[in-house]
Design a protein around this ligand. Structure first.
Ligand SMILES: NC(=O)c1ccc[n+]([C@@H]2O[C@H](COP(=O)([O-])OP(=O)(O)OC[C@H]3O[C@@H](n4cnc5c(N)ncnc54)[C@H](O)[C@@H]3O)[C@@H](O)[C@H]2O)c1
Length: 254
């Protein structure tokens, strides 16, 4: 039998204790990687992963977490920048403090984690970074001004970092999920005036007619993280039921 695809590699997943990040951590673990979960609350990190407390909004916290991963697992080959928080509203609705808070996690968190991990990625035979962006980076969605701005920044940052590090052999890609069935989405739906109607609306806007599962996003991340994707860098992979690219006709009435 051949060795599992990610055998011998060490991956870190920020925000890996819940939702998409937890699904990614389990997928990478099941493909043979040793996985460290860096999370504000790592108590629910998936079984068989190294749980490390970390706040991606703090440079000291991220650096301490990376040092602790290397001291336990010796190396870092794969970084999945997944930790992120939501925000609702038009450009008029959020305070400056809220804009700073969401950028601090969703964008600067990617910068801090990548910056701290790069010296170790340079030592890896197959280094890869996967950033979790969003459909909101490529399609205008109502009442997501702040959130979309952060994910657009992650999209641009992915391309710029991919260009900077391609000659070092470090591949950097992103995934753009549509609406995924997670805690994050449940919270947003609960805040809507009519949560049932809101759920029906977000489901209907995905051409395949349902929400995306965290496991589907995890498979896309694992593909981009794998040495098997050695020629793929600077791309963004949509996992959105066709939402970004398709223009379907409304379903026919009964
Ligand atoms: N759920 C969706 O529909 C959807 C769609 C597109 C993109 N995304 C993106 O996917 C990523 C994960 O979202 P999710 O839906 O799984 O969310 P989630 O709320 O279920 O999980 C997010 C995890 O990140 C952790 N986290 C939050 N702030 C952190 C910080 N400062 N430092 C460290 N960890 C922190 C949380 O503790 C939690 O475990 C986010 O970047 C989000 O923007 C989600």
């Amino acid at each position: 039998m051949s060795a599992p695809e990610l055998d011998g590699l060490v991956a870190i997943v920020t925000g890996g204790a819940s939702g998409i990040g937890a699904a990614v951590a389990m997928e990478l673990r099941d493909r043979g990687a040793s996985v460290a979960v860096l999370d504000l609350d790592p108590s629910t990190a998936p079984e068989g992963t190294l749980a490390v407390q970390a706040d991606v909004a703090s440079d000291d916290s991220v650096r301490a977490a990376i040092a602790s991963v290397v001291s336990s697992l010796d190396r870092i080959d794969i970084v999945v920048n997944n930790a992120g928080i939501g925000a609702k509203g038009t450009v008029e609705d959020n305070s400056d403090a809220e804009w700073q808070r969401v950028f601090d996690v969703n964008v600067f968190g990617v910068v801090r984690t990548t910056r701290a991990a790069l010296p170790y990625l340079r030592l890896s035979p197959s280094p890869a970074i996967v950033n979790v962006s969003s459909i909101a980076a490529t399609a205008g969605l109502p009442e997501r001004a702040l959130y979309s701005a952060t994910k657009g920044a992650v999209h641009a940052l992915t391309l710029a970092m991919a260009a900077d590090h391609v000659r070092e052999g470090i591949r950097i890609n992103s995934v753009n999920p549509g609406t995924v069935e997670t805690h994050f989405v449940t919270l947003l739906l609960e805040k809507a005036e009519d949560p049932v109607a809101e759920r029906a609306a977000v489901t209907a806007r995905q051409p395949h007619g349902r929400l995306v599962s965290p496991e589907e996003v995890a498979h896309a991340v694992a593909y981009l993280a794998s040495p098997l994707a050695g020629s793929t860098t600077g791309t963004s992979l949509a996992v959105d039921g066709g939402m970004a690219g398709l223009r379907t006709r409304p379903a026919a009435r009964e």
